[in-house]
Design a protein around this ligand. Structure first.
Ligand code: SF4
Length: 334
């Protein structure tokens, strides 16, 4: 099975519950950024909003209220670096007590100090470790030597201790896809439970970037990712990968992945912080979802992010029996 059965059944129940209430839009994932402090300064990270000050963090109560307000079955803890968050243990326990699933997104540097031996493995907790390539590339992206070796050690140790571990890799213009395949091979040897490959994309289409991908470049790189998905355990759905490879189209579902930060609810989406809202009600009712679903904003032109489109894939299954069967085979049998 691609995902543990309880995650799949919780997601199906969540959709049924909202479907029965006639809801068209509802969150699947809460991206929770409890703090804007990090122990690295990686290339491609949106550090412009990071203050770096630990006191600028959300309280534990604010974090748990965000989980309650959104009702999302999956909570992705990101940031900043969530393993620095002083209230991490209480936060993980509080989210698990609400029967949600946690993806703890981390660079891995502090796992042995603030997670291993402090927070027990749980079937609702996945450690999602950032790895943008093999040693040379990853250390270069993280702007520090030794980060790759440390992450790999933490993966080995985490698996030994019984944690569920996935990885997250961003693909940039210079990413060598043979290296991505070598990384996928290495991670398979270490029995990593899944690998997420995301495009690092260029918001402003009028500016040529040396680093971020434009739409056609994403299509090219993701045709190779589509090929890799036949041999390695990637966590993106086959339809999403076809979308990223330019082989099919979807509207965006920006409401499916909502983001709460020390500045408030970020709207309209995880990627574009056009405005921050202080309450859930204001956020949910004020964002012009019709506009952002249509992808007519110039900043959406190159976007092929999971946070906008995986929910569109899931909702689109009801229109295609073939896709529904493919999805079932992908999730349950591959
Ligand atoms: S297309 Fe991308 S940038 Fe635009 S609203 Fe959707 S997720 Fe945000």
């Amino acid at each position: 099975m691609r995902f543990p059965l309880h995650i799949t059944t919780d997601m199906i129940k969540h959709q049924l519950r909202h479907g029965l209430k006639g809801h068209k839009r509802y969150p699947f994932v809460l991206m929770l950024e409890p703090l804007y402090t990090c122990n690295l300064a990686c290339l491609g990270c949106s550090v412009e909003r990071h203050t770096g000050r630990i006191e600028d963090r959300l309280t534990l109560e604010e974090c748990l209220k965000a989980a309650d307000d959104s009702g999302a079955p999956v909570v992705s803890l990101c940031g900043g670096e969530p393993t620095i968050y002083p209230e991490l243990k209480g936060l993980v326990e509080g989210i698990i007590a609400r029967k949600r699933h946690i993806y703890l997104c981390t660079n891995g540097l502090l796992l042995d100090r603030t997670v291993y031996g402090q927070i027990a493995p749980h079937n609702r907790l996945t450690l999602n470790i950032h790895l943008d390539g093999l040693k040379r590339t990853h250390d270069q992206v993280c702007d520090r030597e030794g980060v790759f070796d440390n992450a790999l050690e933490m993966i080995k140790e985490g698996k030994r201790l019984g944690y569920r571990i996935t990885t997250n890799t961003t693909i940039f213009k210079e990413t060598d896809m043979d290296e991505v395949e070598a990384l996928a091979r290495l991670l398979r040897e270490h029995q990593v439970d899944g690998m997420l490959l995301s495009p690092g994309y260029q918001y402003d289409d009028s500016v040529e970037s040396d680093f971020f991908l434009a739409r056609e470049e994403i299509h090219q790189k993701f045709q190779r990712v589509l090929d890799l998905s036949k041999r390695y355990r990637l966590t993106s759905t086959p339809m999403f990968l076809e979308f990223a490879a330019g082989l099919r189209e979807y509207p965006c579902s920006p409401w499916s992945t909502v983001t709460y930060t020390p500045q408030g609810w970020r709207g309209p989406c995880y990627l574009i912080g056009e405005k921050y809202y202080q309450t859930w009600e204001e956020f949910w009712q004020s964002v012009d979802w019709n506009y952002w679903e249509s992808r007519q904003d110039p900043r959406c032109y190159n976007c092929k992010m999971h946070s906008g489109f995986e929910a569109s894939v899931v909702l689109g299954l009801r229109n295609s029996l073939k896709d529904m069967l493919r999805m079932a085979v992908w999730n349950f049998l591959e």
